[in-house]
Design a protein around this ligand. Sequence first.
Ligand SMILES: Cc1cc2nc3c(=O)[nH]c(=O)nc-3n(C[C@H](O)[C@H](O)[C@H](O)COP(=O)(O)O)c2cc1C
Length: 221
Amino acid sequence: MKNKISRRQFLQVAGASAAALLLASCSGNSASSVSSSSVASSEAASSAAASSEATSTVTTTGKTLVVYFSATGTTQGVAQTIADTVGADLFEVVPSDPYTSDDLNWTNNDSRVSREHNDEGLRAVALENTDVDGWDDYDTVFIGYPIWWGIAAWPMSSFVAANDFSGKNVVPFCTSLSSGIGQSGKLLAELADAGTWLDGQRFSHSSSEADIASWVNSLNL
Ligand SMILES: Cc1cc2nc3c(=O)[nH]c(=O)nc-3n(C[C@H](O)[C@H](O)[C@H](O)COP(=O)(O)O)c2cc1C
């Protein structure tokens, strides 16, 4: 747990978190380039060096946890379906200062998300809770998030930075309007610097429960 403590302290004390520093390297959009039509196209901003930690198979029959952040409910729905499919526990990542619809307006250059996107130092958002009961007992952890400007919504980075993934199989998943999962899972794997991370899966707003269950079952957990 040494990593867990030092990362959390770093997040709380230093202000500019490891997550922010990492994301700084993958975000090149200027404030003036952000618009509703360009938000998906900045997916290329996440082209930071890929981690070699991603693998294609999971071998576990132990306990499973689904951790998710969802600003408007889409990722939450996918997380619930995954949990129902494998009989997993759920943990919601909740920012201490929750995002309002005004905060999420990416067409407004001065909205909260736009300011956080344009200034990596603002992305280390504090969370209500990063401690999962019985964390050490979970062998497999699904990590779900919306795509924001081509990368994982940064509240999930705060969660990943605060926890120790050593010895765990980690399965990223995301929802988006049109972007693929891109490098988002690999960037989180680099941030965690522990665990065996799969490539992950992206779902759209129209993905069905059957689509989600089919993917989960294909993992052979
Ligand atoms: C700030 C912000 C940035 C977004 N950036 C992208 C993007 O780059 N590509 C994309 O396809 N969708 C993008 N979206 C849409 C969300 O990824 C999509 O609606 C997602 O399913 C929302 O998940 P949620 O309801 O769990 O919050 C963005 C949404 C927001 C609020």
